[in-house]
Design a protein around this ligand. Structure first.
Ligand code: HEC
Length: 508
């Protein structure tokens, strides 16, 4: 019979020097650096060592790096996700006591340049210096007049954060009405407060910025029209706990040649006209799924897609059913995360054939079991633009289809570009640890471990990395945590076959 050794004999054990540093420097430190948006730095071996259990738990849960779209059926351009091989390497390293390796060959950490990506922009606008006045999450709109006389075609947009530590995201809209401008004028401080839309019906979403991302470019050959005398309306999100900090973010735009094909950004699937089981209303203590559908009358080229919900959104997806042939998967976000909303661009544009129907499905969890529910006890939630309201929008970047569109390359790399020359394994394999779960979590006493088919070893580490509990258990036996102080723990489960998984566990 096999023994439950901590590091099974003969197992490959990665080291920081040989493998792990490269993964962290390629996938994590763009945000986890001393002046990045992430709450702690991962630039050195010591930083990573200290956070090793939460790193293992978050990469196995695929919550870090933050890229919520499932990529099994559809891969996206510029997607910062780890391959299963990279996740396994991190887990093996943590389980093998996180060795440094050859100390004479420690890789050099990357440096993050503050250079602009759009070096010679056609338009630069900057929001006025704004001092954060609250320790809650702040959502604020700023209005920048473009003063363009002629219509232009926007090829790329760079949102250049004034303060990278506090810019959690930015939505860039354009508008030709003066409504946002007047709202801004009527507020004594720079900008105006707005969680949802800009307050104007004619505002059009142009792009979305999330940290770690560079300039946004439309697919080659496409551009978004900037109508004469437009305003840019920029919604900044600053996270809680940053009161007193100052930001003054720039928006830099490059126009393309006048023959760029128009991309229109519309909420093709939405909580208004296309909802089939509306109105959008989620009673307290319920989980509800809403369905939306829209017909495609003529061939359309779709280059990107962006779902939008608020805090109690649980999952969202969209797919296209053509008149003949297989379903075309567009987006599937199994664990909606309000804080990580991307405008997902496809690797190559997708054809939505004439006669298709595009479907959207969004599920909302308005129970107290949803840790993101802003109300405890839950309250009825209806459609609206406030934090406590909900929305169901799926934006499409659409154009008229021309033959050859689906061969245009936006980014077909099978894996995110690495910072250094470490191995880039791509495939997503189903691994047995994906089926393991622990519940209830948080817990007061018992923790049930499910999904293992054999005996296993459980080691519980406290947040300082000390062993709090170690048990050998039969499958689906539970752990008793009642003698431990309340706090955050990391549970290491190792099956008798040597597979290993980490979970963040909260003892209430
Ligand atoms: C796009 C920016 C970004 C990237 C890339 C990123 N992180 Fe994070 N990370 C964050 C932010 C911001 C937080 C704070 C929580 C949040 O906002 O989701 C965070 C939180 C964490 C946490 C704490 C989670 C917890 O449970 O408290 C861990 C661990 C972590 N990141 C590890 C990683 C690792 C490992 C990588 C690379 C494999 C990575 N992150 C890549 C931005 C990023």
């Amino acid at each position: 019979m096999m023994t439950l050794d901590i590091a099974p004999a003969g197992a490959h054990s990665p080291t920081w020097t040989d493998g792990i540093a490269c993964i962290i420097y390629s996938h994590c430190t763009s945000c986890h650096n001393p002046s990045g948006i992430a709450p702690f730095s991962l630039m050195s071996y010591n930083d990573v060592y200290q956070n090793r259990f939460s790193i293992a738990a978050s990469v196995q849960a695929r919550s870090m790096p933050p890229f919520p779209a499932n990529q099994e059926k559809r891969q996206y351009a510029h997607a910062n996700t780890l391959s299963q091989h990279e996740i396994d390497e991190i887990v093996d390293w943590v389980a093998g006591f996180a060795p440094l390796g050859n100390s004479s060959q420690i890789p050099t950490p990357p440096t993050y340049s503050s250079a602009y990506q759009i070096q010679s922009p056609d338009f630069v606008g900057q929001i006025p210096a704004y001092t954060i006045t609250s320790n809650q999450d702040v959502y604020r709109m700023f209005v920048i007049p473009v003063n363009n006389v002629a219509q232009q075609s926007i090829q790329s947009v760079e949102v250049y954060p004034g303060n990278r530590e506090i810019v959690h995201h930015a939505l860039v809209f354009q508008d030709t009405s003066s409504i946002p401008f007047n709202l801004d004028q009527n507020d004594p401080l720079p900008g105006y407060s707005a969680f949802g839309g800009t307050g104007s019906q004619t505002s059009k979403l142009l792009t979305v910025f999330t940290p770690g991302q560079g300039a946004f470019s439309f697919a080659p050959g496409f551009g978004a029209p900037m109508l004469p005398n437009s305003f840019l309306v920029v919604q900044m999100h600053y996270p809680g706990g940053v009161v007193g900090q100052v930001d003054s973010t720039q928006v830099r735009i490059r126009y393309g040649p006048s023959n760029l094909r128009n991309v229109t950004t519309i909420s093709a699937l939405n909580h208004g006209l296309t909802l089939t089981n509306g109105p959008l209303f989620i009673p307290a203590d319920s989980v509800k799924t809403f369905y939306s559908q829209v017909a495609v009358n003529s061939n359309r080229t779709l280059t990107g897609i962006m779902p939008h919900m608020h805090l109690i959104g649980r999952s969202v997806k969209a797919f296209c059913v053509p008149p003949s042939g297989d379903t075309i998967h567009l987006i599937d976000i199994p664990n909606w995360d309000f804080h990580w909303q991307y405008f997902y661009q496809f690797q190559k544009p997708v054809l939505l054939p004439a006669g298709s129907v595009v479907y959207g499905e969004a599920t909302y969890d308005n129970t107290s079991g949803n840790p993101n529910n802003p109300n405890n006890p839950p309250q009825n939630v209806a459609l609206g633009e406030g934090t406590g309201d909900e929305m169901f929008l799926i934006y499409f970047n659409l154009s008229t289809y021309l033959p050859g569109d689906t061969s245009i390359v936006i980014d077909t790399a099978s894996h995110y570009t690495h910072n250094a020359s470490c191995t880039q394994a791509a495939a997503f394999d189903e691994v047995e640890t994906n089926l393991w779960t622990v519940f209830p979590n948080p817990t007061r006493q018992f923790l049930v471990v499910q999904g293992l088919e054999s005996d296993f070893e459980a080691v519980l580490y406290d947040s300082g990395g000390r062993v709090a509990l170690r048990r050998k258990l039969q499958c689906s036996e539970s752990l008793d945590l009642h003698s431990l102080p309340a706090g955050i723990y990391y549970l290491q489960i190792r099956s008798s076959r040597g597979a290993c998984r980490y979970f963040k566990v909260i003892r209430e």
